[in-house]
Design a protein around this ligand. Structure first.
Ligand code: SAH
Length: 200
């Protein structure tokens, strides 16, 4: 059966999320509808099918699994948190063409076609997302990267200095379920954007 954007979103909604969020690592799962929007766009751009993809800070795998569902040749899942890797493995049962690396993204040295990443936004560790970007642009020519909308201007300028241009920005309101003690509301929303940047 050929996948549609809708059936992709339904499949992604079944992926198991984090059991308990780790504040220091800023673990938030990407909402399945948002992941489907970005993945579908990437698929239509020709960045997924038959491509080698890496999912940086893979978490429980939603972005990389979406890539596998859309026909990626191979997906590297790079995640440094061991308890999260256990859930990721569960989510990947039955899938082929993937490699799970329990590692810091800084230690990834494989050239790939496309990076998908929803990195920590740097709320807890300053510039955490900057390290992801700097690594991504050294190993791939096309990068899809989520950031706080307020920081996108900074990111655009940053990648521009390294001969990457931002070719797309999708803006979302990110629903974050109450998972941390300091959250008072059940669901908080933050403005998040996904940027696509490509080597010039
Ligand atoms: N990509 C997933 C998870 C996003 S949360 C999703 O979209 O749902 C960010 C993830 O990055 C967390 O799982 C966290 O453990 C991981 N992480 C944070 N810093 C990392 C680093 N330096 N190297 C590898 N993984 C990292």
């Amino acid at each position: 059966m050929k996948l549609t954007r809708k059936s992709l979103a339904v499949k992604l909604s079944k992926i198991i999320g984090f059991r308990q969020s780790d504040i220091g690592l800023e673990q938030y799962m990407t909402d399945s509808e948002i992941a489907a929007d970005v993945l579908w766009h990437a698929y239509q751009k020709g960045d997924i099918q038959d491509k080698t993809v890496a999912d940086f800070g893979a978490g429980t795998g939603i972005l990389g699994i979406g890539a596998l569902l859309l026909g990626a040749k191979k997906v590297f899942f790079v995640e440094m948190d061991e308890p999260t890797i256990a859930i990721l493995k569960e989510n990947l049962e039955g899938f082929e063409n993937h490699i799970i690396l329990c590692a810091n993204v800084n230690d990834f040295f494989q050239d790939v076609d496309t990076i998908l990443q929803n990195p920590p936004f740097g709320t807890k560790t300053k510039h955490a997302d900057r390290a992801f970007i700097m690594k991504a642009i050294t190993v791939a020519k096309v990068v899809y990267s989520f950031h706080k909308t307020t920081t996108t201007e900074y990111i655009r300028n940053l990648v521009n200095q390294y001969d990457f241009e931002t070719t797309m920005q999708m803006d979302f309101s990110f629903p974050i379920k109450k998972s941390m003690p300091q959250h008072k509301k059940k669901v908080v929303k933050i403005e998040v954007s996904c940027l696509r940047f490509e080597h010039k």
